[in-house]
Design a protein around this ligand. Structure first.
Ligand SMILES: *Cc1c(COP(=O)(O)O)cnc(C)c1O
Length: 495
């Protein structure tokens, strides 16, 4: 399996090269040249556990990894790291819907599923293509990626990691999770600005040839733990395949029966993984893209025009406060039949004018698979309350956006196809907003007191990783601006 760049189809690299490098030199993203078809294997996959399914699915994409290497990666990532070794369990809510709980890992958000595996994929890849070089991971985070990446890469030999987070764009629990991070190879820095500023800054550091040369002379190279890295996306395909298999194995659906999938979306990585699962032959009918009031994707899916020229809103679902969804570039590349010229024009227009409009063919293809919807903070809270009142189920703010948009979809279309809704974080990561939705008077200024009350009301335990934060001291207090990010990077590397 070879990988192309979305901005230059003539680029052709192995999976190991794509994963080590993170992003193509032309600023394009790596995509598989063809998408493997697993429809004939689904019956067999249904009989395996999560780890077995992961090995099979990854094997189709990482053809330059040996079977032993893949096994070591997958087992290292998932054995003993998730609550009761359940990486992606389903919870039924109502007649037709299932929440796919992706937050049972060490940092309580779905990012763990990919970021527990990525360090293994990356170090195995680096051995193949750039042996001996130290990998420097730069991360821009809207809150959850940062912590999950720090936890995945801490003390991994021959790597160091630096995370930038928007100063006022993360929850108190998320901030504390990052600033108290342990490990000898980790750094964390706040940036004045929002996630898009952090992500743009990191992207331009990555693709600066002078910096790359400087690093290379010092025996280092940059890579990315953001979902622009193929190694971040490919582990996420597995849980959609696995969810389908679980529904069949549990008798909830018949083999071959179609399902819909709803994903609370920010950078478009998670829903793109569901798209790949669909293209691989998993019987998925519709992909429902749920946004908060930063509804640039809703408008795009409905009109074919992507326009980031709008106010940026800070919401109670901060991991979705994004106006430039990087991974949309991969989807559009596939939808325009790998036309790197057209795609590059749209992306240039996005950089220069902040907008682009796709052609009719691409818009039709987009709308034949995707449905977009959004809701604001008030509706998100109402949904948290409703789900709790109806099903005694506590969902976080991001998951609630997805549940709300799913409700809108059913009301609009009358489509009662069985549906998997991605549940992306533990409610205790956003205790203040979640408790505010259920019993506003109980919210305390101290997030730990609030979490304790939420636990009492719901009967759900606070995850240990969050409980233990209370005892930890912050280690990182650094701040920078978009213009001084590069200095921070060089400073960390002692250059
Ligand atoms: C990152 C994140 C999202 C958005 O996922 P994308 O892959 O960026 O679309 C949604 N919910 C939570 C809790 C997240 O951490």
């Amino acid at each position: 399996m070879q990988y192309q760049s979305t901005r230059d189809s003539s680029v052709s690299v192995s999976a190991a090269q794509a994963i080590s490098q993170g992003i193509s030199k032309d600023k394009g993203l790596f995509v598989p040249k063809s998408i493997p078809d697993i429809s004939a294997e689904l019956d067999a996959l249904c009989k395996l556990d999560y780890i077995g399914r992961a090995k099979k699915v990854l094997g189709h994409f990482l053809t330059d990894f040996t079977e032993e290497e893949l096994s070591a990666c997958v087992e290292g990532a998932y054995l003993g790291k998730f609550d009761e070794d359940e990486v992606a369990p389903l919870s039924k809510v109502g007649e037709d819907a299932y929440l796919l709980e992706l937050w049972h890992g060490p940092t309580c958000a779905f990012k763990d599923v990919a970021l527990q595996l990525l360090p293994y994929l990356l170090t195995t890849s680096a051995k193949k293509v750039v042996d001996g070089k130290k990998i420097v991971i730069l991360v821009a985070t809207s809150g959850d990626t940062g912590k999950a990446a720090l936890e995945g890469f801490k003390d991994v030999e021959n790597t160091s990691i630096l995370v930038f987070y928007p100063e006022d764009g993360v929850s108190p629990m998320q901030k504390l999770q990052m600033t108290t991070q342990e490990g000898g190879n980790v750094s964390v820095c706040a940036i004045e600005g929002n996630f898009d500023d952090a992500q743009n800054g990191v992207k331009s550091i990555f693709t600066d040839p002078a910096l790359a040369k400087k690093l290379s002379e010092n025996g280092m190279m940059f890579s990315s733990a953001n979902s622009i890295n193929w190694g971040r996306l490919v582990p996420q395909i597995v849980y959609y395949v696995s969810a389908y298999c679980d529904l069949v194995a549990d008798g909830e659906i018949k083999a071959g029966e179609k399902i819909n999938v709803v994903v609370p979306t920010g950078n478009f990585g998670n829903i793109l993984a569901a798209y790949y699962a669909r293209e691989m032959g998993v019987p998925i009918a519709r992909l429902i893209c749920a946004s908060n009031q930063n509804n640039v994707l809703t408008d795009f899916i409905r009109t074919g025009t992507y326009d980031r020229n709008r106010d940026f809103h800070t919401s109670i679902s901060p991991s979705m406060d994004i106006l430039i969804s990087s991974n949309l570039e991969r989807l559009l590349y596939h939808l325009c039949d790998n036309d790197d010229k057209v795609l590059s024009q749209w992306m240039t227009s996005l950089t220069e004018q902040g907008r682009y409009t796709v052609d009719e063919k691409v818009k039709e293809r987009l709308q034949s698979v995707f449905w977009g919807g959004y809701c604001d903070d008030a509706a998100t809270k109402e949904t948290i309350w409703e789900v709790f009142a109806k099903y005694s189920y506590l969902c976080d703010t991001h998951t609630a956006v997805a549940v709300n948009v799913y409700g809108q979809y059913v009301a609009k279309t009358g489509d009662h196809t069985k549906t998997v809704i991605a549940s992306t974080a533990s409610p205790f990561k956003f205790s203040g907003s979640v408790l505010d939705a259920i019993d506003p008077k109980a919210v305390d200024a101290d997030d730990f007191v609030t979490a304790g009350r939420l636990s009492e009301i719901s009967g759900c335990p606070i995850p240990r990783a969050l409980r233990e934060l209370k005892e930890k001291q912050p280690r990182f207090a650094g701040r920078c601006t978009r213009d001084t990010m590069e200095q921070v990077v060089l400073g960390m590397l002692g250059m």
